[in-house]
Design a protein around this ligand. Structure first.
Ligand SMILES: Cc1cc2nc3c(=O)[nH]c(=O)nc-3n(C[C@H](O)[C@H](O)[C@H](O)COP(=O)(O)O)c2cc1C
Length: 284
């Protein structure tokens, strides 16, 4: 089972041991991947462990990440059928797989930009209406960090996270959310706070409506980001971030015995500023 322990333990690993995963670990992971065939918002998807040895035997080239990842042999990658919530669903499902891998003591690192799409398209045998939004190397973490790891940790202050009060609000965006630490909602939201996000931008903003028992999830856009990705035809990594946040909220709440359903509503709050985009709500 995936618990908050995995969330607290996971960090981005960019330097791996050049050692093959043992058969038992691989089998365990593959079994878990098979159970994920759909995201919580309905998109069909598949996740696969891509092993460099098997790919080589099939005449495919070594999978590449342009030097940002060192030492790894294997990757976790997936494809999602294009649909309204494809990127959120992919983020959710892949993060669940990443957290599961963390419980097996494996290292991972979300890679949304620097990977060779052509190679992964071949390795996954991509179908017409499928996309590969992101991938992750997977393997045994090396003790020493590589140059890119150090760079990211210095520039993005990687483990730094915003404070709860910057991210989460009470009923409206105008009111600070104050919850006791033993409240399941506090725990769930704190798990969101620890989530990985592209360039560590932490774009998730959540309103907790206690009366209605709903968490409303919003995406606070990096200025100019949406225009840039539309112009360049790139994957919207911030929507993947939102899917990751959904997974973390669920893990945190579920382990405190709180379950719910994901649904989009007409008007989650009266006023939404322009840079905030409403994504989805969790009804408990
Ligand atoms: C959708 C997404 C895409 C990412 N893309 C990259 C990437 O291309 N290269 C990279 O080195 N890290 C990438 N990251 C990792 C983030 O930089 C990292 O999660 C963030 O700095 C927080 O650090 P932590 O994962 O160690 O907690 C990505 C993360 C997410 C969620």
């Amino acid at each position: 089972m995936i618990t908050s322990q995995a969330i607290e333990k996971r960090i981005s690993v960019r330097n791996f041991l050049k050692k093959e995963l043992d058969q038992e670990t691989k089998a365990d992971l593959k079994l878990f991947l098979k159970t994920i065939q759909q995201g919580p918002l309905g998109s069909s998807l598949r996740l696969e462990l891509l092993e460099s040895d098997i790919l080589k035997d099939n005449g495919l080239k070594k999978l590449g990440t342009y030097g940002t990842i060192t030492g790894t042999r294997d990757f976790l990658a997936g494809a999602v059928k294009q649909s309204q919530f494809d990127l959120e669903d992919f983020g959710y499902a892949m993060e669940k797989a990443i957290l599961y891998a963390t419980t097996l003591d494996l290292g991972t690192c979300w890679i949304g930009a620097n990977f060779n799409k052509t190679q992964f398209t071949q390795a996954l045998v991509l179908k017409d209406n499928e996309i590969i939004p992101a991938i992750t190397p997977i393997g045994l973490p090396a003790v020493r960090k590589n140059w890119f790891d150090l760079l990211v940790h210095i520039s993005a202050k990687s483990r730094n996270r915003k404070e709860m009060k910057e991210l989460f609000f009470d009923t409206t965006f105008e009111k600070e959310l104050i919850l006791p630490k033993n409240d399941p909602g506090y725990h769930g939201l704190n798990m969101v706070r620890l989530a990985p996000s592209a360039v560590n931008l932490q774009p998730w903003r959540i309103i907790w409506n206690k009366q209605a028992k709903i968490f409303h999830l919003f995406l606070e856009r990096k200025k100019g980001y949406k225009k840039t990705i539309e112009m360049m035809g790139k994957v919207d990594l911030q929507r993947i971030d939102m899917g990751i946040a959904m997974a973390h909220l669920e893990v945190g709440l579920n382990e405190k015995g709180v379950t719910g359903k994901w649904k989009k509503v007409e008007s989650p709050v009266e006023k939404i500023s322009e840079e905030r985009e409403y994504i989805i709500s969790y009804f408990i």
